[in-house]
Design a protein around this ligand. Structure first.
Ligand code: GCW
Length: 702
């Protein structure tokens, strides 16, 4: 009896459902009879398992997957070192060009060759080949050469040791600490398959708000099991460390980075870790930020703080990733802080330190200008941190594909070394020649069956991974791949859903914070609107700090007459952002405080334009609802109904965001909501009341 497939999202983009287009299927069936895999290692076994699972399902026929033996109609997977036929089929130049992790897929007489310099390269090539089949691409003349542009391609988990995931929204942490090290949950392997299929090669397993116990023998032993499960897939484990660990678990009296005992403690700790996990990745550190301890207590700076850890890890060939997410209540403009704190330290960090910088200067807002640190740190390896979890995008309730946001960041010109110095080029080391390069994505993965809560958050995990490999890939192409693999190769379905995805980020900007408004969230949980927030222990946690609305106008003046944060950018950006006329409208209120009557490009006043944007955001969600309904017949009921319900929640929330914001800002502007727009159902007080009663419980903020 055939059992109907349950589309619960667990398999994500590795579903391996039968190819349905008969012409395409015939071609594949003719081309592929067998897979010959050369070499023996856990990674080669993983390749064997993947092909054995995938091909018979995809091709609806028996495919023999075997170790060795070349015959007709085969896919051959081997390094040149393991097969004479392979080394005869490839040149040294071809192999040199792909480095340690790249791969080549090409047709050689009647066979398809997948080759690389390492087993991990072969694994990436195998996943890439399967992706071609999953997305229905022709393979009769297949020719793909690919190598990653960035070295460290990693996920960051904000998972606590009690399994609560900070900003997670998809269940508990997938790391089952209570049953580790004994129980090697098969889920770790599936996590590794999904992650590695994108080319990601590192993961930080615990929250940057770090529990010192992560460095205890107890937890390091648990980590050994996880490292073992991920190793065949080329994923190294990293941990976040707590700067006070020498005191908290080491029994020392100080954690001063210049103290000899402290130095020794870290060096010994590193040795212990490497004795357990020989390929351990390194440390991630959030120091002197949001209450986390750091070197400041001892009068030391970030470089001194990082270097003691770098020295401990250097003998093992690994690295420290030091976060640049810092801001203090004293600063007049939070925007300025990371730049002001870190640029004087450029050149003072050890070579094996990477500075991990969030894409924008504030904090993963729906739209931020890029952090001016990209393009300013010539002598410090600087890597990019993006957020996959939707802390500021409606948690796991709203559809918000992050591909366009990532693309926007990576393609933005920093002008660090003249025109064309994009953020992508900076972080891949092309501009300043960094020793280490990297990209990190903060994930929300949890015990929810589909990993990410909202099925479409998977698409941002996917996009992040693909862009970490190649930052030049277009977000819409990535979306299409993901749709094909996750849902369907049907053209109508693809174009409709791709359209929804590509518009979803801008819709989210529009109904929350258009024209460069930012950080207007209810404090703490960051789900709903609260532009009215005034009194909090720190001014930079209030909303009024960010929008500065008054009777005259709205926006944060960051030009010379204000905080002058724009001076942190290279020319011509500095000049461009100094005048409202030359500032892109989507960033306008990031840099200027303007009159409600300021004339916009459309001819509308600023007030009218703002209101129109808020309304457009809601309309876009309503359009998405119609689009989703229109493709109902192209998918399973389960996913259709789930996403439909989530879109209803999103529409409700978008209306709340819009009405709250428009009514609140209207209390300053004293101008009418333009004619023809539906009027808010309730008054401002009603929406203010919702902040306390109607929000999604986030376990982190109970
Ligand atoms: O975005 C903010 C979050 C915190 C987070 C912090 C950080 C892990 O609200 O929850 O803490 O950033 O990035 O360190």
């Amino acid at each position: 009896m055939e059992v109907e497939r349950v589309e619960d999202g667990y398999d994500a983009w590795l579903r391996y459902v039968p190819v349905t287009d008969q012409k395409v299927l015939n071609a594949y069936q003719n081309e592929i009879d067998a897979v010959a895999i050369y070499g023996d290692s856990p990674t080669m076994n993983a390749i064997f398992d993947e092909f054995s699972e995938a091909l018979p399902k995809l091709l609806s026929k028996r495919v023999s997957v075997q170790k060795g033996a070349i015959a007709k109609g085969e896919v051959v997977v081997s390094t040149p070192a393991n097969s004479e036929w392979v080394s005869d089929s490839i040149t040294k130049d071809e192999m040199d060009a792909i480095g340690d992790e790249g791969y080549i897929i090409k047709k050689v007489s009647d066979k398809i060759l997948i080759t690389a310099n390492t087993d991990i390269g072969l694994l990436y090539g195998s996943f890439a080949f399967l992706r071609e089949i999953q997305t229905g691409q022709p393979i009769d003349n297949i020719a793909i050469t690919s190598a990653p542009k960035v070295k460290l391609r990693m996920l960051n988990h904000w998972d606590n040791l009690n399994r609560v995931v900070e900003r997670g929204y998809a269940g508990l942490s997938i790391w089952d600490w209570g049953r580790l090290p004994e129980y090697n949950d098969p889920r770790y392997t599936d996590y590794a398959r999904l992650t590695s299929s994108l080319g990601l090669n590192g993961t930080v397993v615990n929250n940057v708000n770090a529990d010192p116990r992560m460095l205890s023998d107890q937890f390091l032993n648990k980590l050994v099991t996880i490292a073992g499960a991920l190793r065949p897939y080329g994923i190294k484990v990293f941990i976040s460390i707590n700067y006070q660990a020498p005191i908290r678990i080491g029994g020392l009296k100080t954690a001063d980075p210049l103290n000899e005992e402290v130095k020794e403690w870290w060096a010994k700790k590193a040795d212990e870790i490497y004795a357990l996990i020989p390929d351990f990745g390194g440390f991630l550190v959030k120091a002197d930020s949001e209450g986390q301890p750091g070197p400041f207590k001892y009068g030391r700076d970030h470089a001194q703080g990082a270097n003691v850890l770098a020295d401990a890890l250097a003998p093992h060939g690994s690295m420290v990733i030091w976060r640049a997410f810092v801001y203090s209540p004293e600063q007049y403009d939070r925007f300025r802080e990371a730049f002001d704190e870190f640029t004087p330290l450029d050149g003072k960090f050890r070579d094996n330190v990477l500075l991990q910088v969030k894409n924008g200067p504030i904090d993963f807002q729906p739209r931020e200008p890029f952090s001016p640190l990209f393009g300013a740190m010539k002598q410090t390896n600087t890597m990019l941190e993006l957020q996959i979890t939707q802390e500021y995008f409606g948690f796991a309730n709203h559809l918000a594909y992050m591909g366009p946001l990532y693309e926007e960041v990576l393609d933005t010109d920093t002008y660090a070394e003249g025109e064309g110095s994009t953020v992508g080029k900076v972080i891949s080391g092309e501009i300043f020649g960094y020793d280490y390069t990297g990209m990190a994505g903060v994930v929300n993965l949890g015990t929810d069956r589909n990993w990410t809560g909202h099925p479409f958050v998977q698409s941002s995990w996917y996009a992040f991974g693909r862009l970490a490999w190649d930052y030049t890939l277009p977000a819409d192409e990535i979306a299409e791949e993901w749709i094909r693999m996750t849902f369907s190769n049907d053209q109508e379905f693809i174009s409709t859903v791709k359209d929804m995805m590509m518009n979803s980020r801008e819709a989210g900007v529009n109904y929350r914070m258009p024209l460069g408004l930012t950080h207007l969230y209810a404090q703490g949980h960051h789900y709903g609107p609260a532009p009215w927030t005034v009194n909090l222990p720190r001014p930079d946690w209030t909303a009024v700090y960010y929008h500065k609305a008054d009777k005259e106008g709205i926006g944060f003046d960051r030009t010379k007459t204000g905080s002058n944060a724009i001076e942190q950018y290279n020319e011509p950006l500095k000049t461009q952002f100094s005048s409202p006329e030359t500032t892109p409208e989507e960033l306008l209120l990031w840099f200027h405080h303007l009159s409600w009557d300021h004339e916009m490009n459309s001819g509308n006043t600023l007030w009218e334009e703002l209101v129109h944007k808020y309304y457009a955001g809601v309309d876009e969600i309503r359009t998405m609802q119609k689009q989703w309904d229109s493709v109902k017949d192209h998918m399973d009921e389960r996913r259709y109904h789930f996403v439909k319900a989530l879109l209803e929640i999103q529409e409700r929330d978008a209306v709340r965001w819009r009405n709250s914001s428009v009514l609140y800002f209207q209390s300053f502007s004293n101008r009418p909501i333009p004619d023809g727009l539906e009027k808010p159902e309730h008054d401002l007080n009603y929406y203010i009341g919702l902040e306390k009663t109607e929000y999604i419980p986030d376990p982190w903020y109970n």
